[in-house]
Ligand binder design. Structure first.
Ligand code: FAD
Length: 476
């Protein structure tokens, strides 16, 4: 593992044993899994963050199971780590203190889809792609589409406030969460939010829980806003000599008042990874922009304006439109495979998830080049350029390079904040970025959030070691 397990207080072994025995007795052995293979499979996620193997994995099947598990664990002073699909990129579902993993993956029913109220009510274990299919069968649309959509789940999406390519036009998960059913450490069950599109009753606790990375409560239901499915979609590729031209095209599209639903940038090294996978990418291209528009009526006018912006006054190498749905699907399949494809380029890879104001994209990419040159670390960049959200990936083979990689990440974080940006657009802070939080947030703001955490979870048992490491933040 590339990222060390945070230093957190560990539960007493006999307390854990008593806790697991009571969970087993009261929930039933079918829901409490102590097999080594299961425990090991829940000790990591897709982040390279090291954790401690849990003593048991609870497979909750109902809200009551979640509440009971949290009641029992608190009484025994045992930490609990909520888990959904395990695709997180910052170690959110990694048990830093061992204890018990509480999986909501089997709470996986779509409870309601309402065409009249334009909403659905789902359990947290529903796989995001399955929800897309279910609502689209009804002519409706749930826009958030993390690229991991075939394996991640709504519980994890809400906890990370997940984004995805379509966030440029439609916004991130939080824009669709109307209400939540959530269980607190100790077993209390809360219902937050509403089924209406408007509502300003009391504090907006739903928004506080969205993006809370499994540290405040465990969700057992989500009421999600839906929109009508747009009937028309068109996908266009812009090919460029270099990434600076590609970023300029993004700024031209946005500056020209166009609102595509996706604007995905890929730099030259990313294209090399795609070619290595067998994708037929024009050998001249040193960067590519994947743009997609949608709407209710004919898109010809928008498509023409988009094409013109992508042309960059004749500086684009080529601008090509996908001819049909299957060609579009192939393009997206290639885009969604970028993370595993680029992982094959070196022995180690750490991926960042920074965001800058869109007008700063060109500057950010120049900063990334500067950092690469200064530290000598190999890197590649792709991501949701329309949102200013780029995945900068650092790659290395030799362990001796690690110090330079850490320096490169620190420099990238500082440069991002200096450009008015933020450390994470969609993956959250988790274990991976905790030490950088003070670069962006004041000590007062961090302390206020820690106070809030204590209100929800006074003993600090729910997902310890995330966002706010027990040892305090290392000064950056
Ligand atoms: C190939 C790949 C592509 C990706 N692309 C994107 C992308 O485009 N956009 C994006 O935003 N992310 C992306 N991700 C990251 C990841 O898929 C998202 O963060 C996703 O939302 C995590 O969902 P999950 O179900 O896997 O959650 P997990 O990894 O299981 O958990 C994530 C967090 O949610 C908490 N949690 C889980 N279930 C609950 C619950 N029921 N109640 C409370 N807290 C809970 C966990 O404790 C943890 O902190 C990608 C990941 C991979 C591997």
């Amino acid at each position: 593992m590339l990222l060390a397990c945070p230093d957190v207080p560990l539960p007493k072994e006999d307390a854990v044993a008593r806790c697991v025995a009571e969970l087993d007795r009261r929930l039933g052995p079918s829901k409490v899994d102590t097999r080594e293979a299961t425990r090991l499979s829940c000790a990591s996620d897709e982040s390279d963050a090291a954790g401690r193997t849990p003593a048991a994995v609870v497979h909750a099947e109902r809200t009551e199971d979640v509440a009971l598990a949290l009641e029992i664990a608190e009484r025994h002073d045992v930490p609990v780590t909520p888990r959904a699909g395990g695709t997180g990129r910052t170690g959110g579902a990694v048990p830093a203190a061992g204890g018990v993993v509480l999986s909501t993956a089997t709470l996986s029913r779509v409870l309601e889809i309402s065409r009249g109220d334009l909403l659905c009510v789902v359990e947290p274990g529903v796989v995001t792609a399955d929800l897309h299919e279910a609502v689209e069968r009804e002519g409706l649309f749930y826009p958030p589409d993390p690229n991991s959509l075939k394996t991640c789940m709504i519980g994890g999406n809400v906890a990370e406030n997940a984004g995805g390519p379509r966030a440029f036009k439609y916004g991130v998960t939080g824009a669709y969460v109307l209400g939540l059913e959530a269980c607190l450490m100790g077993g209390r069950v809360l219902s937050t939010g509403r089924r209406t599109v408007k509502g300003v009753t009391g504090y907006d606790v739903t928004s506080l829980l969205v993006g809370s990375e499994g540290t405040l409560a465990v969700f057992t239901k989500a009421t999600l806003r839906l929109v009508r499915k747009p009937p028309e979609i068109a996908t266009v590729l812009g090919l460029y000599h270099d990434v600076a031209a590609c970023a300029e095209a993004v700024q031209r599209i946005i500056g020209g008042g166009l609102v595509p639903r996706c604007l995905e940038l890929m730099d030259g090294r990313t294209l090399e990874a795609l070619r290595a996978q067998g994708a037929a990418v024009d050998p001249r291209a040193g960067a590519m922009l994947l743009a997609e528009i949608d709407g209710d009526g004919p898109l010809d006018d928008h498509l023409a304006r988009l094409g013109e912006a992508l042309e960059l006054g004749g500086r684009a190498l080529d601008v090509v439109a996908a001819q049909d749905a299957s060609q579009r699907a192939r393009l997206w399949e290639a885009r969604r495979q970028l993370s595993p494809a680029t992982r094959k380029l070196a022995k180690h890879k750490l991926s960042e998830d920074i965001v800058v104001p869109r007008t700063k994209l060109v500057e950010l990419l120049a900063e990334v080049d500067r950092i690469g040159a200064e530290t000598g670390v190999a890197y590649l960049t792709y991501g949701h350029a329309g949102d200013g959200n780029l995945h900068v990936n650092f790659l290395w083979n030799d362990d001796a390079e690690r110090e330079s990689v850490d320096r490169a990440i620190g420099l990238l974080m500082r440069a991002t904040v200096a450009l008015g940006g933020t450390l994470s657009g969609e993956h959250g802070i988790g274990i991976a970025k905790a030490e950088y939080l003070p670069l962006e947030q004041s000590s007062e703001l961090i302390a206020l959030q820690q106070d809030l955490k204590r209100v929800f979870d006074p003993r600090g048992l729910l997902n310890p070691g995330k966002i706010f490491p027990a040892g305090g933040h290392r000064s950056c």
